[in-house]
Design a protein. Structure first.
Length: 604
């Protein structure tokens, strides 16, 4: 079984392997947003260990020395949830008497975090790869592995534990160190270096071998009170220019000059051995990288003067002749670099919503009439009165109630049109361009809508007047360059432009065109949606006209003014972007993140 990564949460106190000291009280599964949680409640602190089985797409959670009733080991079917967990099964761990194991089957390899909240164990599982940032995983698991980190320990070499072997290992490292050894006091005068080193070794419990050259160093006078023994030893080594080499719990102490000479001799021996080591030939098939780029990298890791490198363009292969040790190093480099380039599906959604409202109340043209008191009406034929009514007024038929009289005795050309109209319109346009591209490769998708308008050319000379048509277009263009970061997020350079036709001022005129453009750079988690821009416009227009003074009279003032006609319009534009890595497993991203959450480098 391949364990992709491991995290251990400590236990307060000692654990007995023969008696039950803890008991599982409840097992529950919940979802909170994009995180699924397996919550195990116990009566006391429990030792928990978690690891991933990437080839089976499983997370294994082991609890040490716990008692559990059968009802808490029943399987939990989580396939109905939209998250990454499909099924959770609990059982007694095979080959143990008191250990319990929970196996979480996943839809896809994602990452998880293990937390202790009081006496509860919480396994947080991301529902899609990229929910947990790399810093969050590093801070969570790094603090657990190394203990409580403080500002004083940042940048220091810290021993893994208080064991003598780990403290000695820390002493052999270069750079600032954190000292955690047992505190001692030293007050000596002109004491030889070997005697001083033996005193510290006897007190601390490690074995020491002292080179003969160390005895020739000048004696030291020291007064140290209540200091860690590893700090005292490091101070003596620094003052006397000594170098320590660790072998288990044995410390070999040499002078700097002796260690330097031995190192030089070792380098010469290695070079001689390297020159005599047999060469092997191996052919590496390159699947995704280019021969030129990967050959340039590998050349720096070949054995000088002996190795040979050739390329075959037809089969896209590298032919390497080198030593066995160097060949293994080259193999790891190729396995790390020759992976699929991440392919990103980028989906944009442009939502345009418009709303308009207008109202017309009053006499559209007022009241017009004529009166002739002296006209002779004998034998005159009247033409009126006439009435009109519209139950659904429109722009062509604006009146609700109208009255016209051509001639009615001495009354001439009476005309009135009462307008009562209210109109409301709503519209929504959704554009969803999608494009797929490789990491760090620019992609462009566009669509265009064309129309034409008439252009009248004047007559010149013998040429008669003619009419031609000119095309005009409204485009939607999305240009984006994505870059996948090491923690699974996606940085995007975006240039989005959209234009649309409006109304024509006249039948032969070109249509009005509205243009909107967004240029930005955003960082988005894989599969998340971000709003990169928005525009909201609202306008209110109200026009009043009429006869001065008379239009302001109560009741009858509406006879001397234009209809009450307010116009309100609203326009809203919102742009969404959703990037999604299509081949994160094939590109090695999920395996790399799951296998080494605390490291951003690969050991070669």
């Amino acid at each position: 079984m391949k364990r992709a990564r491991c995290l251990v949460i400590g236990l307060a106190g000692l654990i007995s392997s023969t008696t039950y000291s803890q008991e599982i009280k409840n097992v529950n599964f919940v979802q909170e947003g994009e995180i699924s949680k397996l919550v195990i409640e116990t009566d006391k602190d429990v030792f928990a260990e978690r690891f991933h089985v990437t080839e089976d797409k499983q997370i294994i959670l082991d609890l040490k020395n716990v008692k559990v009733s059968p009802k808490h080991l029943r399987g939990i079917d989580t396939s109905e949830f939209p998250g990454s967990a499909v099924f959770i099964s609990g059982y007694k761990k095979p080959g143990t008497k008191s250990d319990v194991r929970f196996a979480i089957q996943l839809r896809d390899n994602v990452r998880s975090l293990l937390e202790m909240k009081g006496t509860s164990i919480v396994l947080n599982i991301e529902n899609r790869f990229g929910v947990f940032s790399q810093n969050k995983i590093r801070n969570s698991e790094g603090a657990t592995a190394k203990g409580n980190m403080t500002e004083d320990t940042i940048g220091l070499n810290v021993p893994k534990s208080t064991r003598v072997e780990d403290i000695l290992t820390n002493l052999t490292l270069s750079g600032p160190k954190k000292y955690i050894g047992k505190r001692i006091s030293i007050n000596v005068k002109d004491i030889p270096i070997p005697d001083l080193l033996n005193m510290i070794a006897d007190t601390s419990g490690f074995n020491i071998i002292i080179d003969q050259e160390v005895a020739k160093a000048s004696p030291l006078t020291l007064t140290l009170t209540n200091v860690p023994w590893d700090q005292a030893l490091d101070t003596i080594m620094s003052l006397s220019k000594l170098v320590a080499v660790k072998n288990s719990n044995i410390l070999v102490m040499k002078t700097l000059s002796t260690a330097t000479k031995e190192r030089e001799e070792q380098i010469k021996t290695d070079q001689l051995k390297e020159g005599l080591e047999p060469l092997v030939t191996r052919v590496f098939l390159i699947n995704y990288s280019t021969l030129g780029s990967i050959s340039t990298i590998i050349k720096d890791y070949l054995t000088p003067t002996r190795a040979k490198l050739q390329t075959d363009e037809r089969t896209n292969s590298l032919i390497v002749i080198d030593t066995v040790e160097s060949m293994e190093r080259i193999k790891k480099i190729i396995e790390t670099l020759d992976t699929q380039t991440p392919q990103i599906l980028i989906e944009a959604k442009i939502v345009e919503a418009s709303e308009s409202y207008s109202k017309r109340i009053g006499l559209s043209r007022g009241i017009t009439f004529g009166y002739d008191p002296f006209v002779n009406t004998t034998g005159r034929v009247d033409s009126g009165p006439g009435f009109s009514f519209s139950s659904a007024p429109t722009a062509e038929v604006p009146g609700v109630l109208g009255m016209t009289i051509g001639i009615y005795r001495r009354l001439l050309n009476l005309d009135l049109n009462l307008q009562l109209m209210e109109s409301e319109s709503k519209g929504r346009i959704i554009s969803t361009p999608k494009v797929v591209t490789q990491n760090k490769k620019a992609a462009t998708i566009s669509s265009a809508e064309q129309t034409s308008f008439r252009v009248q050319q004047l007559a010149t000379g013998n040429q008669p007047a003619a009419a031609t048509f000119q095309n005009v277009s409204a485009d939607l263009t999305l240009r984006v360059t994505p870059q996948v970061t090491n923690d699974g997020a996606i940085s995007m350079d975006i240039n989005l432009s959209k234009s649309a036709f409006g109304t024509r001022p006249t039948a032969d005129a070109p249509p009005n065109i509205t243009r909107r453009n967004v240029t930005t750079n955003v960082l988005v988690d894989n599969g998340s949606t971000v709003v990169i821009g928005g525009l909201y416009q609202t306008s209110t227009l109200e026009t009043r006209s009429g006869v001065p003074f008379l239009k302001d009279l109560p009741l009858v003032g509406w006879l001397f003014k234009s209809p009450y006609a307010p116009d309100t319009s609203k326009n809203e534009l919102i742009i969404f972007m959703t990037p999604r890595i299509m081949n994160q497993e094939e590109a090695g991203m999920s395996d790399r993140q799951a296998a080494k959450p605390n490291s951003s480098s690969t050991e070669i």
